[in-house]
Structure formats: structure tokens, C-alpha cells
Design a protein. Structure first.
Length: 716
């Protein structure tokens, strides 16, 4: 039996090994394991990535059969019916080192991305798409879909040489590679998940470049379906087969390739390493997603996302690109000299100050672990060695095992003992990881671990994947329910002008758990514009980030904030922020005829942008609780009394090619409103429309009255 039998630090934080009675034993070489609610039934299932150095094995999908919240769980192996190569065939075997969870098509369910290696036979990483939601099938059933790769081996689209593309067999459509662990985040801030694809090269020789793939719409027949990935490779350069030579401009980083470069200006970069892990996180606090690229045998690299430095875009592709190698700056305090045994690192806020710090496994140039604090700009401070580490450890996962509001570290040990280190921050005000493992502790071959509340009792449990056919381990937490809300910050938008496209807002959050646990959280944006209050969902977009949108057509002072609720039901609330949008596309002109309730003043509720479904023309001074008339045309009237009503007409109906007569509902305050949806029709941009409100009252002896004229210019 592998891993920890009982871990205890406080009376309310004890773990019991429930493996034998709860989960099937695989008897395989497991390299990675993840919890996730794959079938959307409210409990956490398990996926295992198997094979690795042992060669081709079948990865497994285990379904949670939870009985009641906080009740009894058993797990059933559903691989043969729900983890498939096609509709009727069990998934093929793979040499898998990792499985990542990501909602690649933004449909509300979790998809799989498997990292495979070609050290035994040529393999590609693989996509398995959840057949629920947008796919219209059964949630929790996964089918292989290698069509998710776009443009592999094609000049102008991919750095992958044609010789590396796989054209037949189970991996057709992908490319030969040696991948250990990849990561997802919304790097181009468009609301979907993009992919960082790492490679350690044949025989761990750091000869293959890390690649960035941008999530985009599918090919013909799937024009509005997300979840198709094209490499971001502005130079259109190919890598060699497989080595990337010095001076190459291929890839997603500014400058050209130079191994072990110390340049941080964007002139050169190093995009190759022996990558066992890479993680996205907002390291410099500017609300985009930076990269820490762990390397086992060479210098680990820091890549800064330049989206906002480039003015809110991916760059021009030549002098500016989406990322820059800033390793010599952000890793200046010694981390760039540490190499040879680096097995894993993970980013999280370990001192609860709102930025991403790091725990580094087998760093310090030895097998010791260390932790480093971020100064808020992305620069990691000096490393502090974790006492009693010094083992051949493999992976770190975050867990608040004692429920005190900071993150502790669970360490998967490959050929030693899994360990739990308590973070002393909440007790002392200073970070320090101290060994907190007590009770029955067993040797193990743990290659991967995940944290999640599988029994829905509100506290974090632990699942361990074991190598070499050893028994998998499930540790049930018998402690107290998590009561700590996420710490949430929302991006400050600049004052601006209206637009038809929604404004994307990025949200940064941390909780007392792994960053990727936000995939099971719920986010809600609330905003107020012109007295109009509305809510919109916020979507987890990888790492420690979320994205949401505010319609671009709202004008005036807009206030906004966000709420994030974790899976335990704890809700974190951001500060309320505001920005101002200057009105465009509306003006008034002409004379009016006051009515029984005084002068009538025109306004609009938002900018007349193309694709504005909420646009309204407004007018004050009407008789309360009545139905009136609004005239609109694309021809300017002369102000003459064309209908012999004693009223100037400013919306010319007789000579117009586009004219409307709308009902105008007058509320109890005397404000008349006319909804007028502006369609998503680019040909309307720049068109002028003229409108006025005509009122019938008679209560003061005057039968009709009118507003002056309003001019609308349709805005992009």
C-alpha cells in the first residue's frame, strides 16, 4: 500500500485511508490523477492518466456514486462505456504523463487533454471532449477528437515540421512530441481557454520548443464552435526535426532563440527546456496570464504576458509578441541557477497578499524543496529551504488541511514518503512550511496527487496516483468544513468611448486550495449603468483568473463588482469599481412644442451601436401612464407642419427609405421610452436616423405636443 495512511495536525484535520472500500485498484503505472464533476451531478469523479515510462496503458475514468451530501461514496470504473476512442470503442492505450481539465469549448462541462510521450512509440497529446452540453449527448461521456488541432505542419500556421505530423492511426491529426504536463489559460483575453504545450524532448534533452496554441472557432461546419487550437507562431517559422536552432524566431516569444539567454528586453529568448511542468498565473499583477516554465535539467524560465503592454492585443508579431522571456529579472534571486533535479513547481498566494508566490520541488540545486515570495511585480524573492524535504519528491498540491485560511503543501514522493507541510502564515504572520505528518505513514511511489471534496462534506480530501502497479490511495478528511471565502480582485477599466463589442473584464482570485479548483466555482458580475442594474456570469479562464463582460454600448458612469463562490459555498466579493463611457452618436436639434406637462427633453439609454439589443429612445414630460408615439426615419425633416397638427416634424416619413412609428410607453414619472433593437448589421455603421416623440394629451386644452429632434449615428 502506498502513501499516507493517516495525517493529523489538529483534531479537526485527520485523514483516513478509505481506498480499499471506495475506489477500484488499477494495478497500473499512474502518472496523474484529477478530481472533477465530469457528469455534472454535483459530486467529484476521478480521471487517471496511466502509462508514462511503463509504455502504453489505458487511462481510467472512475465515476463517483455519492449517496447524499456528506454521505457515502463509492467509485465505479466506467472507462469501457464513457472514455472512448469513438462511439463504440474503448479508449486506446497511451503513454500518458498527465491529464488536464479544461472547458475548451466554453459549454459548461469539463473536457480532457492528455499529455503523452514518444519515447517508446510516436504519439501526440490527445483531446477527449465531454459529450454533454454543446455536444448534445451524455455529460460525463468522453470521445477522442483529434480534429481539435488546426494547421499542424502547415507553413504559415505552425512551427511543427511536416515530418512530425501524425497522419494515420489513433493519433492522426496531432504531432510527435514528448510532453509531461501542459496548462490552460485565456492568454489573449477573449474569454476562452488557450493551451501551453510543453515538451522535454527525446531522452530529456531539451531540444523541442514549448508551443502556445490559441483557442479559436472551428473550421467550416463549426463556425461558431470554440475549442479548436492553432499555434501562435507569428514568424511562421518551422522548428527543425526536432531541434530548434539558435537564432530561430519560431514560437510565441519576442526575439530569437538563444539557449540560457539572460536578456530580458525581448531581443532573445530560450523557449526550450526539459519541461516537467508549466503553470500560468498573473505574476506581475496586471490581470493577464504569465508563465513559469519549470525545467528539470536546465534553467527554469519566466515568460511575461505582454497583452496589456501591447495595448490590449497580441502584438505586431515582429517587434512585439504576446510573451517575453524575463527570466533574468523575475528569477534574479537565485532561481535561475538551480537546475538538475527540479521536478515540479506550483504557484499560489502563500502569504495571502494577493499575488502568486511559488513552491519549488527538488530545487536549491539539491533534492530540497523551497518556497519563494513574489514582490508583486513578478520577481521571486530569495528561496527558503523546507526543513525535512530532501527526498526524491515529484509533485506539490495545495490544501488547507487545518482549515486556518492559508494553503499548506502536500508533497507526492516518488521513492520516499508523501508529506504534508503546514504553512505557519495564519498563526505567525510569516510563511514557514513545517512537517505536520503524524500517525501511520507508509512509503510510496506517488507520481500525482489531487485535492477535492469527494464526499461533499465541505473539507478537502486527497487522491494519490501510484506508480508501478501499486494500490491507488484515497484519503478522506474527517475535519471541519471549509469556511474561507476566495480573495477576489477585479480589473479597473479605463474611461473610454462606446463600442458594439462587449468589454471583457478580468478577475483575479485566490482561495485556500489549488488555483485550478476554481473550475468548480461560480462567478457573478453585477454592474449598474444609467440606473440599469444587471448581472452576468463570470467564467473561470484558467490559472487564478476569470473573465466576464459588460456590454460596450452602455454609457455614463458604470459601477461593477464580482462575487466568486467556491465549491464549499463560501463567497468572496471584490471591491466595487467604476469607469466612465462618453456618449457618442446622439445629439438633439430643432424646436419643440411643450405639452400639458411642460417641455419635453430627449435622451437615450445607451449608445446607438451596431448590435445593441437594449437600445431605447427616451423623452421626459409626457402624461403619466399613457401610450404615445415615437417617429424614426433615416431622412431629416424640415421642421414644417406636414400633417397639419400644429407640430414641426423632424423625422421625415414621406421621403425616407427607412421609417418607423413606434409605440412609446409613458411611466408614472412622465418618462416615455421606446425600445429599438439595433441589429448586428455592419452596413448600418455611420448611418443617421432622426426621431421625435409626439404626444396626445388634451388635458390642458392642447391636443398635441412634440419634442424637438434627436439625431442618432450608428456607432461601430
Amino acid at each position: 500500500m502506498g502513501s499516507v495512511g493517516i495525517l493529523a495536525d489538529r483534531a479537526n484535520a485527520q485523514f483516513t485511508n478509505v481506498s480499499a472500500a471506495t475506489i477500484p485498484q488499477l494495478g497500473l503505472s499512474t502518472e496523474s490523477v484529477k478530481f472533477g464533476d465530469f457528469d455534472l451531478d454535483g459530486d467529484l469523479d476521478i480521471v487517471w492518466a496511466n502509462g508514462g515510462d511503463a509504455g502504453n496503458q489505458q487511462s481510467k475514468l472512475i465515476q463517483n456514486e455519492l449517496i447524499g451530501g456528506g454521505g457515502h461514496s463509492t467509485f465505479t470504473d466506467v472507462t469501457a462505456v464513457k472514455f472512448l476512442k469513438n462511439a463504440g470503442t474503448s479508449v486506446m492505450t497511451q503513454s500518458s504523463r498527465d491529464v488536464e481539465l479544461a472547458d475548451i469549448d466554453n459549454d459548461g462541462d469539463i473536457d480532457f487533454y492528455m499529455s503523452n510521450h514518444s519515447m517508446i512509440s510516436n504519439q501526440s497529446n490527445t483531446w477527449f471532449i465531454n459529450q454533454g452540453m454543446a455536444q448534445g449527448g451524455t455529460a460525463g461521456k468522453f470521445l477522442l477528437d483529434m480534429n481539435r488541432w488546426v494547421g499542424i505542419g502547415v507553413s504559415g500556421s505552425s512551427s511543427v515540421p511536416l515530418a512530425q505530423k501524425i497522419t494515420s492511426g489513433n493519433f492522426a491529426g496531432g504531432f510527435v512530441d514528448w510532453s509531461c504536463q501542459c496548462d490552460f489559460a485565456d492568454v489573449d483575453i477573449d474569454g476562452d481557454w488557450d493551451l501551453l504545450h510543453t515538451s522535454y524532448g527525446p531522452n530529456f534533452d531539451s531540444s523541442v520548443m514549448t508551443r502556445l496554441f490559441i483557442n479559436e472557432y472551428g473550421a467550416s461546419g463549426a463556425l461558431y464552435t470554440l475549442g479548436f487550437f492553432r499555434e501562435y507562431n507569428p514568424s511562421n517559422g518551422f522548428s527543425n526535426n526536432p531541434s530548434l536552432p539558435s537564432g530561430s524566431g519560431a514560437g510565441f516569444l519576442e526575439g530569437t532563440q538563444l539557449s540560457d539567454t539572460t536578456d530580458a528586453t525581448g531581443a532573445t529568448h530560450d523557449i526550450t527546456n526539459t519541461a516537467l511542468d508549466a503553470d500560468f498565473s498573473d505574476l506581475d499583477g496586471d490581470f493577464d496570464f504569465d508563465i513559469f516554465a519549470n525545467s528539470r535539467d536546465t534553467v527554469s524560465r519566466f515568460y511575461q504576458c505582454r497583452f496589456y503592454e501591447n495595448g490590449g492585443n497580441k502584438g505586431n508579431g515582429t517587434t512585439t509578441r504576446l510573451f517575453r522571456d524575463v527570466t533574468s529579472n523575475w528569477g534574479a534571486n537565485g532561481i535561475v541557477t538551480e537546475m538538475g533535479t527540479n521536478y515540479d513547481a506550483d504557484l499560489n498566494d502563500i502569504d495571502n497578499d494577493g499575488d502568486a508566490d511559488g513552491y519549488f520541488v527538488n530545487y536549491s540545486g539539491t533534492s530540497d524543496d523551497e518556497w519563494r515570495l513574489n514582490d508583486g511585480t513578478g520577481t521571486m524573492g530569495a528561496g527558503t529551504v523546507v526543513t525535512s524535504s530532501g527526498n526524491d519528491d515529484n509533485e506539490i498540491d495545495w490544501i488547507d488541511h487545518d482549515n486556518d485560511g492559508d494553503v499548506d503543501a502536500f508533497i507526492s514522493a516518488f521513492q520516499a514518503t508523501d508529506k504534508l507541510y503546514k504553512n505557519q502564515f495564519m498563526e505567525t504572520g510569516n510563511v514557514n512550511f513545517t512537517l505536520s505528518t503524524t500517525g501511520a505513514v507508509n512509503g510510496s511511489r506517488t507520481l500525482g496527487t489531487d485535492i477535492g471534496d469527494f464526499d461533499n462534506d465541505g473539507d478537502p480530501d486527497i487522491i494519490c496516483g501510484e506508480d508501478a502497479g501499486l494500490s491507488e490511495v484515497l484519503l478522506q478528511n474527517n475535519g471541519a468544513k471549509d469556511v474561507w471565502a476566495p480573495r477576489v480582485d477585479i480589473q479597473q477599466l479605463a474611461n473610454t468611448t462606446p463600442q458594439s463589442a462587449p468589454r471583457i473584464i478580468v478577475i483575479r482570485g485566490f482561495d485556500n486550495s489549488n488555483q485550478e479548483h476554481f473550475i468548480h466555482a461560480v462567478g457573478t458580475l453585477q454592474f449598474t449603468a444609467n440606473g440599469h442594474t444587471s448581472q452576468r456570469p463570470a467564467y473561470y479562464s484558467g490559472a487564478n483568473g476569470w473573465t466576464t463582460t459588460i456590454p460596450g454600448y452602455w454609457v455614463g458612469t458604470i459601477t461593477y463588482g464580482v462575487r466568486i463562490s467556491d465549491r464549499a459555498g463560501n463567497t468572496g466579493v471584490s471591491q466595487t469599481k467604476s469607469f466612465t463611457v462618453t456618449q457618442q452618436g446622439f445629439s438633439t436639434f430643432g424646436t419643440s412644442v411643450p405639452g400639458c406637462h411642460g417641455a419635453m427633453n430627449l435622451s437615450v439609454n445607451s449608445c446607438p451601436t451596431m448590435n445593441n439589443p437594449e437600445f431605447q429612445m427616451l423623452c421626459t414630460g409626457g402624461p403619466p401612464n399613457t401610450l404615445q408615439l415615437c417617429l424614426v426615419s433615416n431622412s431629416l425633416g424640415s421642421g414644417q407642419d406636414e400633417f397639419n397638427l400644429g407640430l414641426p416634424i423632424w423625422a421625415d416619413l414621406l421621403n425616407a427609405t427607412d421609417a418607423y412609428a413606434f409605440d412609446a410607453t409613458c411611466d408614472p414619472s412622465g418618462t416615455m421610452s421606446t425600445p429599438a433593437v439595433i441589429p448586428n448589421t455592419p452596413s448600418l455603421i455611420g448611418s443617421n436616423y432622426y426621431f421625435q416623440f409626439i404626444v396626445a394629451d388634451g388635458g390642458c386644452g392642447q391636443m398635441f405636443s412634440t419634442s424637438g429632434g434627436g439625431k442618432l449615428t450608428i456607432h461601430p
